[in-house]
Design a protein around this ligand. Structure first.
Ligand SMILES: [Zn+2]
Length: 262
């Protein structure tokens, strides 16, 4: 559960549902904010901050952070409004001739949603047939992508998600055959359990879509899959927040609602 201060920050930034001070006190203004937020987002309106309200409040801020990132900002997608998110909103409002109030309200959302053109500077899923078999969690800070015999096949090709430089190409007993690519913005993407050692040498420059190797089950793995992780500013982030499905890629029906499309 978000702390009360964090709820207030989120609810202030999101359509100004909270209008009081960020004081961590769950008073009338805070409870009214819960109520108005619940109504706005279609939750049952009881003014009580339960699990559904908490999840929804995190989800809408994550969505806001993703939209801002689509406009060129580089926010952690954590569902919590902090200084970075507020500065991004202020900057976006300034550049787009909006009232600069640091609130993501209707006008700001209109601009954020207009002409969304996720340009070529987006990460591409590292396989062309996308079947998610394990999601990101605190215990698994990566995305597992599986396989299907009817489509990509169990050893389908693995591709670089974006241009960058190969910084690791090795084998270890946990990761199996794996490769790491450092991108020019400092992010590092890694591709584990490859079927055999990649032919790309350390120092090689790769492009988005460069073939890395084939999916496998080397190292500590119980079946053919790609364990893909992404490090941003020194921390493993949820790849789903940064990867896009490109037009030539296909998504297994079970994963369709989890992914974002270019
Ligand atoms: Zn994994």
């Amino acid at each position: 559960m978000l702390s009360i201060k964090q709820r207030q920050l989120n609810l202030r930034t999101y359509h100004l549902f909270y209008t009081g001070n960020i004081d961590g006190i769950e008073g009338t203004l805070t409870k009214n904010a819960y109520r108005n937020f619940q109504k706005y987002t279609g939750l049952s309106v009881d003014g009580i901050y339960g699990v559904n309200t908490n999840n929804k409040l995190i989800a809408v801020i994550k969505d806001l952070q993703v939209k801002l990132n689509d406009k060129g900002y580089n926010l952690a997608v954590d569902g919590m409004v902090g200084n970075a998110t507020i500065s991004a909103i202020r900057d976006f409002q300034t550049k787009n001739g909006l009232v600069v109030d640091e609130i993501a309200g209707t006008k700001t959302y209109e601009k954020l949603n207009s002409s969304i053109s996720p340009s070529s500077n987006k990460y591409r899923y590292p396989v062309n047939f996308i079947a998610i078999t394990q999601y990101y969690s605190n215990k698994h800070k990566a995305l597992d992508l599986g396989w299907s015999n009817s489509d990509g096949g169990q050893n389908q090709s693995v591709y670089a998600c974006y241009e960058g430089t190969v910084i690791t190409n090795t084998y270890d007993s946990e990761a199996g055959n794996f490769i790491a690519i450092k991108h020019d913005n400092g992010d590092v993407s890694r591709y584990l359990h490859l079927n055999s050692k990649s032919s790309l040498k350390v120092g090689t420059r790769v492009q988005k879509g460069t073939f890395i190797g084939n999916m496998g089950t080397t190292g500590r793995s119980t079946g053919n899959h790609l364990h893909f992780d992404l490090t941003k500013n020194g921390s493993r982030v949820n790849p789903i927040d940064y990867l896009y499905v490109y037009n030539d890629q296909r998504v297994y029906s079970g994963s369709k609602n989890s992914v974002r499309y270019i």
